[in-house]
Write a protein that binds this ligand. Structure first.
Ligand code: AMP
Length: 402
């Protein structure tokens, strides 16, 4: 029998998200999350996809090794254990692949060393991702482990988009360039948008707006990324839940010299205490809309700043692409917040983009168009599915040789 199942692992510093998929029909068999690893109050939440049955385990889970073993135990209860001959491979989300990893890659010792070498540019994410890889390898050393990189989709960016305007020798020495993130989502959503239009990805240009708690935009030309809003780190670009996005770099010198803040304090300020949260004290778009409906001025200004930045990127990517076939909204805000979509596209009729208020307000699960039939540029809501994309890429790489 041919193995067709792929386990997808997304390992964070204190969490482990997982999904088990059967790639014959891309169906989910089980999914879940281990939270607060290393604390007394860890929790494992496991859902069996078919029945929808959910089981929870509370109590200390010391480390990622214990977390993965607990997950394996839950899967085994449903006859889906990690020792099953049906399991083909494990696909790992890895945030930073630098310039080296342009494609999903089967993990070996050399790959681990290279991901380690990228820790200075991804100090929060890559160590956690590596922990997941090492743990899974120890548990099933015989099974192919595939690393799927958030940055890979953006490695097609031309140098004109990827380089900052600083001395290239200095930049190369310290690996300073624009890498971009959320690439798995941008790849999936741009392809699904083409499918929604009944076209091949190579026939369309798409602006993808991944608006979650983290947020990024990308310009995708005939299936290849040519620009994206995040840079060396996920801090650049759009206004996000707690990140400032773009600002004059001199703000940092100013806060240090005049405000007396340390580099670590400024780092925390810009990554964790800025964006929507910094502007109005809330980073959840639902709460911000509720406050706006009640007449809250602070929330209204935060929303306006968020939309203004988004519009600037949409405009920029019209210019980068020359011709745009579709604008796709995705992730928590993009998929759910109709007012954000309405406001972001408002006034873009001259560029051929418009939103039909009725289509925009209908809630739905799948990919759908929200632009009037007459619009030159299709506007779409396309739910992202990073786990499916990781599983698909893993299966494409390993399934062939199976
Ligand atoms: P993500 O990072 O993709 O999981 O997105 C999380 C964010 O999506 C939350 O912080 C909210 O701001 C936003 N969000 C989730 N559900 C809704 C909703 N129904 N309406 C508006 N915003 C939402």
């Amino acid at each position: 029998m041919t193995a067709t199942r792929v386990l997808v692992l997304n390992s964070g510093s204190s969490s482990l998200k997982y999904q088990l998929l059967d790639m014959r029909d891309a169906s989910r068999l089980a999914l879940g999350l281990v939270e607060r690893i290393g604390e007394q109050t860890s929790r494992l939440k496991h859902t069996v996809a078919g029945s929808g049955e959910t089981r929870e385990q509370d109590g200390p889970i010391a480390d990622h090794d214990a977390a993965l073993k607990a997950v394996a135990g839950e899967l085994a209860r449903d006859g889906l254990g990690l020792d099953s001959p049906d399991l083909l491979a494990i696909g790992h989300r890895v945030v930073h692949g630098g310039m080296f990893f342009t494609e999903p890659t089967v993990v070996d010792d050399g790959v681990i060393t290279e991901i380690e070498r990228l820790i200075p540019v991804a100090p929060l994410h890559n160590p956690a991702n590596l922990t997941g890889i090492r743990t899974a390898r120890a548990l099933r050393p015989d099974l192919p482990q595939v690393a799927v990189f958030d940055t890979a989709f953006h490695t097609t960016m031309p140098e004109s988009a990827a380089r900052y305007a600083i001395d290239p020798r200095l930049a190369d020495r310290y690996r300073v360039r624009r890498y971009g993130f959320h690439g798995t989502s941008h790849a999936y959503v741009s392809r699904e948008t083409a499918r929604l239009l009944g076209k091949d990805p190579s026939e369309v240009n798409v602006i993808v707006l991944h608006l979650g708690n983290g947020a990024s935009a990308s310009a995708v030309e005939r299936g290849r990324c040519v620009d994206t809003s995040m840079g060396l780190t996920p801090l650049e670009g759009l206004v996000m839940g707690t990140r400032s996005g773009d600002l004059d770099p001199a703000v940092i010198f100013h806060l240090a010299r005049v405000g007396g803040m340390s580099m670590d304090e400024i780092d925390t300020l810009l990554n964790k205490r800025s964006g929507l949260f910094g502007l109005c004290g809330d980073n959840d778009m639902r709460e911000i809309r509720r406050r706006i409906d009640e007449g809250d001025q602070e929330a209204a200004l935060a929303f306006d700043i968020y939309i203004h930045r988004l519009k600037k990127y949409i405009g920029a990517y019209f210019a980068v692409l020359g011709k745009v076939d579709a604008i796709a909204f995705t992730a928590g805000v993009g998929e759910n917040a109709a007012p954000v979509r309405q406001a972001a596209i408002a006034g873009l009729e001259g560029l051929g983009a418009a939103v039909d208020p009725e289509l925009n307000s209908v809630r739905g699960d799948g990919a759908r168009l929200i632009s009037p039939g007459s619009a030159r540029v299709a506007v779409a809501v396309v739910p992202t599915d990073e786990e499916l994309e990781i599983a698909t890429q893993t299966y494409a790489l390993v399934g062939k040789s199976n």
